[in-house]
Design a protein. Structure first.
Length: 101
């Protein structure tokens, strides 16, 4: 069942309501069935739209998160690299002495 295709969806809903009307009888009539199908169709359209927007938002957030993590890892590596390069020979000697203690 392709709920994204409006014509197929309406046909599916009408078929299901035809079966339901056969079971409960013709007490409510065709006009009620058409109103129910119309409301269900609007509900399905709204749901599909909301889900599409949700997935688009999730994809965007994940992409932003991946970029942030990549930038953070890159800057973290650069800082470590820069710190090592900035130490003078005297500072390196002091660092070695501190590690021995």
């Amino acid at each position: 069942m392709d709920l994204g295709n409006k014509e197929k969806r309406i046909k599916y809903l009408e078929d299901k309501f035809d079966n339901l009307l056969d079971i409960i009888g013709q007490n409510y009539g065709r006009s009620l069935m058409k109103e129910l199908v119309s409301r269900l169709d609007l509900t399905i359209d709204g749901f599909n739209k909301e889900m599409s927007e949700l997935f688009t938002s999730l994809k965007s957030r994940e992409s932003d998160r991946q970029k942030y993590l990549k930038n953070r890892n890159t800057s973290s590596k650069n800082k470590k690299h820069v710190n090592v390069k900035k130490l003078t020979k005297w500072e390196e000697k002091l660092k070695e002495l501190e590690q021995i203690k």
